[in-house]
Design a protein around this ligand. Sequence first.
Ligand code: NAD
Length: 355
Amino acid sequence: MLRVGVNGYGTIGKRVADAVAAQPDMGLVGVTKASPDYGVEAATRRGYDLYAAVDDRANDFAAAGVDLVGTLGDLLGAVDVIVDCAPSGVGERNASVYEAHDTPAVFQGGEDASVAEASFNARGAFEAARGAETVRVVSCNTTALSRLLAPLDETYGIEKARVTLVRRGGDPSETDRGPINDIVPDPATVPSHHGPDVNEVLPDVTVDTAALRAPVTGMHTHSVNVTLETEPDSNEVRDLLAGESRIFLVPAAAGIDGAGALKEYAADAGRPRGDLWENCVWEESVSVAGRDLYLFQNVHQEADVVPENVDAIRAMATDVDAAESIERTNETLGVGLDSRLGDGELTQAELTADD
Ligand code: NAD
């Protein structure tokens, strides 16, 4: 049984904590909080032991009537792996603390690749993390691009991928983020950091990315164009992507027209917090012109890296192989949406005729 701690109980940390707690081969020792705010309630309702992320703030918890088991140092002494889910940049500052306690650490995609020995995506680079003391799970966008480009490269070969990322302005809880009435090139220079980050896990794939920020909180949207080395058939591409366990091919017949409906679909399916752990590829967007493939995919930024964190822990600290780890994680969390609405044009045509 692997003993795991989570340092930083925010958007990603609370989801990673639940995912770790659901694994039969892992035990969640506890989570840290930086302040005694509403997140404390979520953790204590779930029975998670609480630790102070910052030593000299422990008194704030006592003043708020919140019982702590200890501080970050105590947690680090009690775990086999710590998962850092602190805000971007804070993870890098925490790295020396983990090293001082000789505690292997998983970092998140807000940190530079140099924070860890290996960048990780279960589909693209599982073995890179094998036995490493420090691993970085790449960002939500990079995770989604790696999951998409890895099977395309294996099957057809990628000559060049070009991706425009329309990024959510902030997460739903981030009331101070924006824009609120604009679409902002971010960065205005091309390429954005996402392409080079994909190359941290898929070094041989040529990919250019451009990014904008939009006034939405639900999901990112990627407009993808991949020039393949061999000519694909659009139905075969759909089958290929449908066969990927962390890609959900959104059926044309489902009437799901955007992130709002996707999130509602996930909530109706009973997903915790309405989370979508899978890339959501719009089935009818998959189009082919010669060797050029086009598609749209949506990415739930709060959720897609969560199963990857679980697999990263196994890759670092066990000898379980990629396929077995991915299957275990998928099964325990329930990753893999399987729409009851059939596949594609025939069903869609029938529905249209019934209208
Ligand atoms: P967040 O702000 O929601 O959560 C961070 C938590 O860490 C907060 O609860 C904060 O109070 C706490 N914290 C503050 N200082 C701390 C410290 N010194 N030690 C420990 N905890 C501290 O941030 P997030 O969105 O969960 O992002 C965490 C990491 O995950 C970042 O690297 C981010 O880039 C990455 N990430 C975020 C998303 C996303 O869309 N939210 C997606 C993928 C990856």
